[in-house]
Design a protein around this ligand. Structure first.
Ligand SMILES: *Cc1c(COP(=O)(O)O)cnc(C)c1O
Length: 493
């Protein structure tokens, strides 16, 4: 009998061992990996092993040296970028898929949940009559949507760009606040990063629709093909929402593909107080959302929605492959009256994107929504929006704080100020480094209208109002200390 050296059973015992270490991690009492203890580096930095050490030694290393030196991004007080740790449901569902359905194709319960969860997600986020596909993140999700846009634009002039390539320049319209993966997508799709036009914004980071209209006219006159308009439902910098309705109407009028990047902000529609800002979403040809941001999936899950997956299929098909299609026969199975999970590949997601082998991500989204329901998600979104509003209130009223942008969703851009400080950007950068080193309340920074801003973005399931207040307290304490230090006479050399 073949004896492979890799362990393939004993999951119960090993997972429960690791589970204990992960629960310990989630108390967030460990030292931070930012301060590298030489111990873990030395322990892990070993030569390529000729002989394996076996699974128990791996479990021990994970517990002792790897897990405790993991990432700070899951900490309740971490509010940098737009990222957070996954919830328990996400970890359970992903582990289940890892073992029980290593591929998303085949007629499995997991494949069923792939489609089913996309429909739940669409319904929850106010998308009607749209079809979806999962991918690894907002970057790829934007690429797929723009691939569909390219397909649509060229098919209108009688060309298949995926098959024949492009025969003329195109333009993509987005603001400077749009995510840079839009430019990268243009590069990958072969239309060039230079084809992305920077449409002006108002002082709150929202697209100027008359500037958009002028840019489309100019390009059309110059025989450049308008390929897509990219609007943001929640910019990465400040959470601003573009005027979706006006943009959508213009797009429909000009026959240009209307893409909405809601990687972060789409679930914001659940908060009734901001829901009216999403009017116009129904005009979109494509929309993306990242369940690994606000919904609490572990990193690696985004969804692209389009009206008709045919555009995705024509843009990304691999063409029939003997080793794939040749190996299933649905008619045979129906004739035999039995069905096996390998009789059919189910929905051909591998033809709607750039991945063939891919994990089942739908089961994760299904678990997240089913666990706490739309009510639970709504409560989370409102709680986080309230936290940003609370920071904004403090920044507006406290003499040592300044609000740099009125929040729309759960991002608040503000800074510490004090009379007599010449370089507030420098002061706030120093303050930010101290916040990071304290390892408790950790926003990131950005630029708002030329000023350095502290930028908390609250998306984590583990954070609540007390973390927003703690961040304000920390900023005031550290800002006061920095100003005090700067006012002390320098010791003589
Ligand atoms: C985060 C983000 C992206 C990129 O998503 P990833 O999942 O990090 O690849 C794209 N667009 C917007 C608006 C985002 O906030």
């Amino acid at each position: 009998m073949a004896q492979d050296l890799a362990e393939t059973g004993r999951l119960r015992a090993l997972l429960s061992r690791i589970g204990a270490g992960l629960d310990e991690f989630q108390r967030f009492e460990h030292r931070d990996a930012q301060h590298p203890s030489q111990r873990w580096r030395e322990r892990l930095d070993q030569p390529l092993p000729q002989r394996g050490v076996g699974i128990d030694a791996i479990a021990a290393d994970l517990l002792e040296h790897v897990i405790p030196n993991g990432s700070a991004t899951a900490r309740p007080g971490f509010s940098g970028f737009i990222t957070t740790g996954g919830t328990t449901a996400a970890a359970l569902a992903a582990t289940a898929a890892n073992i029980a359905a290593p591929q998303r194709y085949g007629l499995t319960a997991f494949n069923f949940l792939e489609e089913f969860s996309l429909q739940w997600l669409a319904q929850m986020c106010g998308l009607r009559a749209m079809q979806g596909v999962y991918s690894s993140g907002g970057s790829v999700a934007n690429l797929l949507a723009l691939g569909a846009a390219r397909q649509s634009a060229f098919e209108q002039i009688g060309r298949d760009p995926a098959k024949q390539g492009m025969d003329r320049p195109v333009a993509i319209y987005a603001t400077a606040e749009a995510h840079h993966t839009i430019q990268r997508s243009a590069g990958v799709l072969g239309v060039g990063r230079q084809s992305v036009r920077a449409i002006a914004c108002d002082n709150r980071g929202r697209m100027d629709v008359s500037a958009l209209s002028r840019a489309i006219e100019e390009d059309t006159r110059a025989d450049v093909l308008p390929m897509a308009i990219v609007a943001n439902a929640g910019t990465t910098n400040t959470g601003a929402i573009d005027p979706l309705h006006a943009i959508g109407e213009l797009a429909n009028e000009r026959g240009v593909w209307f893409h909405v990047d809601g990687a972060y902000g789409l679930p914001g529609i659940l908060d009734q107080r901001v829901a009216p800002l999403y009017r116009g979403l129904e005009l979109a040809d494509s929309v993306i959302v990242d369940p690994h941001k606000w919904l609490g999936a572990s990193v690696g899950v985004a969804a692209t929605f389009v009206r008709d997956r045919g555009f995705l299929q024509r843009a990304f098909t691999q063409e029939p492959a003997d080793y794939l299609e040749g190996s299933v026969d649905t008619a045979d199975a129906i004739a035999a009256g039995v069905e096996h999970s390998m009789d059919d590949f189910g929905v051909p997601y591998y033809d709607f994107g750039v991945e063939l082998s891919a994990p089942c991500r739908g089961v994760v989204v299904w678990a997240l929504i089913r666990e706490i329901g739309v009510d639970g998600m709504t409560e989370r979104i409102r709680r986080h929006n309230d936290m940003a509003a609370h920071v904004a209130d403090a920044a507006r009223t406290h003499p040592h704080l300044e609000l740099l942008q009125e929040p729309t969703l759960s991002i608040c851009c503000f800074r510490y100020v004090a009379p007599g400080v010449a370089d507030l950007d420098f002061l706030n950068r120093q303050l930010h480094r101290r916040l990071m080193h304290e390892n408790t309340n950790m926003p990131s920074t950005t630029q708002v209208n030329g000023k350095l801003a502290l930028r908390p973005c609250f998306v984590g399931a583990r954070c609540d109002m007390k973390h927003a207040q703690a961040l304000i307290d920390d900023v005031l304490r550290l800002g006061d200390a920095l100003v005090h230090e700067a006012s002390q006479p320098k010791p003589h050399a």
